[in-house]
Structure formats: C-alpha cells, structure tokens
Design a protein around this ligand. Structure first.
Ligand SMILES: *Cc1c(COP(=O)(O)O)cnc(C)c1O
Length: 433
C-alpha cells in the first residue's frame, strides 16, 4: 500500500480482508490472549521468528491495522499505538533518555508535555533545556551537548499555532548525532508530514484530529527507520539481553531484531511489556473510523477556521490573534511553504480585558462547547490559563504565551454562519454591544 496516495491509504492501508475472514470493516478483536497452537510455535512467537499474536498488552490485530495505517500515511518504517498521547510523548522521551541525559526543546508546548519535561522526567534523570527563541535553529544548537538525547518540538504549537522551520532544526540535530522528535498532533499527517522535513520520530495524540470525533483517547509513536543511532549515546538500543533472545537462545538487542524499527521494537517489547499503556481494540477501531474521513474533515474545518479568523481580525475586542494561516501572522511565510493545505482548525486570541471578560464570554457561547479537546467535529472553546496549561506556574505561562485572557478555539464542522453569530452574541454580552 505504500505506493498509493494519501486519500487511498487512509481508507485501505494496513488492511486486507483476506486476512480477516473477508470482513470489509476492520473487526474488533476483543480478546486478551491468542491461541498458541503448540509449544514449538509458542517459542517461535516469543522469539519473533514467526509473526503472530500472543497477548493484547503487546499486540492485537485491530490495533495493528491502525499502527500500519499511520506508519504508511507518514511514510515511516513502523508505528506503535498507545493508550494516550501523553503515553506516546513519555514513552519516546524515557526510551531515548534511558540512563539519563537532556532533551533540548522549545518552550511553547502542550501543557502536560511541558510540565513533564520540567518536573516529571527529571525524576528519571532526564532534564530539559528550553530554548528562548523556539523559531531560531541556532538557539537549539547552542544547547545541544554530548548528553543530549533528543530535540523535541511541536509542528504546530498548541494553543498559539506557532510554526518552526522543522527542516532547519532537523539539520542542526543531525549535525550533532541527535534525533528530532516532532509532536504532530495539531497538524495530523494530512496537513504536515514531518519525515519529509527531516524528523526521525513522530508522536501523536490521536485523540485530536486523527480520530476527530471526540470519543476516544489514543496515542501513537512513529519512526522513520533511517536515523543512525550512535552506539555510545544510545546503548539501550544495542544492549543484548536474554529477554530478546532468538529461537536458538542467543541474546539479542532491539537493533538485532530489526535495525529499521529500533524505537517501536523497544517500545513494544520493553515499554509496553513492562508499563502497559496499551490501546484497546475498540478504541483502535474508533480511531480507524475517524481516520477514514480525515481529509474531508480537515479541509472543511480549515475553511471554516479561515472564515472565523477573517471575522476575528475585524473585531475590536480581539487584541492578539494567533493563527499561522492569517496574513498578519509572523508565521505566514512558513505556513505557505510547509502547509499547502492550510494550518487546520486551532486558533487562539487575547480578549480585551481580563478574567471577568473571559468568564462572561465563555459562558455566553451557545454553539461552542466549553471543554478541552481539539480537532473535534464540534467547535469548542477553552481558556488555556485556567484549563490545559493550569499546571504551569504564572511566570512559565507568561513565557509560553498563555496569558489569563487567552481564548482558544477549535473549529468543527458546524455551519460557519452559526459559529460567527454565536461569537457575535458572546462579544455583545461581554462588552455590552
Ligand atoms: C492533547 C495533546 C497531547 C496529549 O494527548 P492525550 O491523548 O490527551 O494524552 C499531546 N500533545 C499535544 C500537542 C496535544 O494537543
């Protein structure tokens, strides 16, 4: 399927009805374990000499279809599906940082990721150096040293819709023998394909635009299979252990098992094996169902968003509008270069006033619902300082561009005239006209 185009792959990749009793829709394999047949086959399954399913903590046929489909959509060598976007972020960072080291990252990141980089991963010996100017590739270079295990960025930042020159940052990382991890959640593989811009590992919250219907929490890690991980910097990928032995009993490393998929192999056999955090077959099915219409959803949601941005640009109560697709945005040139299909359905703006105005405005909205998801078919509103980024102390919020009067919108598939009228009446209630 890897020779076919995006719109064909999002429906067919990773699935052949011949392998599933001719079912045209992906079956939900709701089982904990799989029949092993006989002890010789069991041994071949455990040593990966024969592909097949053992136990749904480390692999399930429904989940595998999703993994293969995303790997194909991104042009990667393999993917692994996990129970949430945060488990994808954490698995990738803990694996690369195993044994200790540092991560070099921009400061404008998803709230939980930022907080984990600051306070949770350091408990496992992994610290983070935040660049001051996340759009300057040289700023990353200055912070990389022999102990750096990865550079970490978001292709479209949440909630301020900032872009970075992914190609330039990848080049800097590679010059120092370090892989680039890109959180591509907001963009999805439809709007941006990080491997074509030098990324080595992609992490996703599939909860958002990939599934798109606000009914499932899921995550994925994808690898491109081309990065040469240095033996001294990443000994965990070369360590030969009894757990990974072959059928003859020889100790193996994850690189020995498959040199093109060391990251997802380690995440599956070691991290999923010991930590769990698996995706359930039913949830994988829901993500696959959502993925089927990703192109139409994102085209329409982007068009709706562009209309709403044009409305907000003329509104005198909107102080600072954050949308990389807007002609007034400092990221407009990058958006044109790297995002030919637009930058999607997320935008934010600073509302005239403070917390009182934020409260009145959010409470007045009728069509927009107030909850913390993005990329949903429903339009929704949130105040990041009081919700998604509330774990960050006020000074860090300020640095990350999350003032108390910031409003985040994620635009869905409703009629855009209803959405604009809803915003109009909420502005009128807030400012008395
Ligand atoms: C939501 C989100 C995550 C975390 O994903 P969950 O599925 O909620 O665990 C990570 N990164 C970004 C950019 C997100 O928007």
């Amino acid at each position: 399927m890897s020779d076919l185009r995006f719109d064909t792959q999002r429906i067919h990749a990773g699935y052949d009805p011949d392998d599933h009793r001719d079912s045209v829709s992906t079956p939900i394999y709701q089982t904990a374990a799989f029949d092993l047949s006989d002890p010789d086959r069991a041994r071949r399954l455990w040593t990966k000499e024969e592909p097949g399913n053992i136990y749904s903590r480390i692999g399930n046929p429904t989940v595998e279809v999703l993994e293969q489909r995303i790997a194909d959509l991104d042009g990667g060598s393999a993917a692994i599906a996990l129970g949430s976007g945060m488990s994808a972020v954490t698995f990738a960072i803990l694996l690369l940082g195993e044994g200790g080291g540092n991560i070099v990252s921009g400061s404008s990141l998803y709230g939980a990721t930022q907080e984990a980089l600051r306070h949770f991963y350091p408990k496992f010996g992994i610290s983070t150096r935040f660049v001051e100017d996340r759009s300057d590739p040289n700023a990353y270079e200055q912070l990389i040293d022999d102990d750096t295990k990865a550079v970490y960025i978001e292709s479209i930042s949440n909630p301020n819709v900032e872009l970075v020159d992914v190609d330039a940052i990848a080049e800097v990382a590679h010059r120092h023998g370090v892989p680039l991890i890109v959180d591509n959640t907001v963009a999805t593989p439809y709007l941006f394909r990080p491997f074509e811009h030098g990324a080595d590992i992609i992490v996703y919250s599939a909860t958002k635009g990939i599934a798109g219907h606000g009914n499932v929490v899921a995550g994925l890690v994808v690898e491109n299979g081309t990065f040469a991980y240095d033996r001294d910097r990443y000994p965990q990928l070369y360590e030969r252990t009894y757990k990974l032995r072959d059928v003859a009993g020889n100790f193996r490393s994850v690189v020995d098992i498959n040199p093109r998929t060391p990251i997802t192999t380690a995440l599956r056999l070691v991290y999923l094996g010991f930590i769990g955090a698996k995706l359930s077959p039913f949830e994988a099915y829901l993500v696959l169902q959502g993925l089927t219409t990703i192109s139409e959803r994102l085209d329409r949601q982007t068009a709706n968003t562009e209309r709403i941005v044009r409305y907000l640009e003329t509104n005198s109560h909107v102080r600072k509008l954050n949308y990389a697709g807007a002609s007034s945005s400092p990221y407009h040139t990058l958006a044109k270069r790297d995002f030919p299909r637009g930058v999607g359905s997320l935008l934010s703006f600073e509302l005239d006033g403070g917390l009182d105005e934020v409260k009145t405005f959010i409470t007045a909205l009728r069509v927009f619902s107030y909850h913390v998801n993005i990329g949903d078919v429903r339009s929704l509103v949130a105040n990041p300082a009081g919700t998604t980024h509330t774990v960050l102390p006020p000074d860090v919020q300020e640095l990350a561009g999350i003032p108390a009067n910031l409003i985040r919108l994620s635009i869905g598939l409703e009629d855009p005239d209803d959405l604009i009228e809803d915003l109009q009446q909420a502005f009128a209630k807030t400012y008395g006209r």
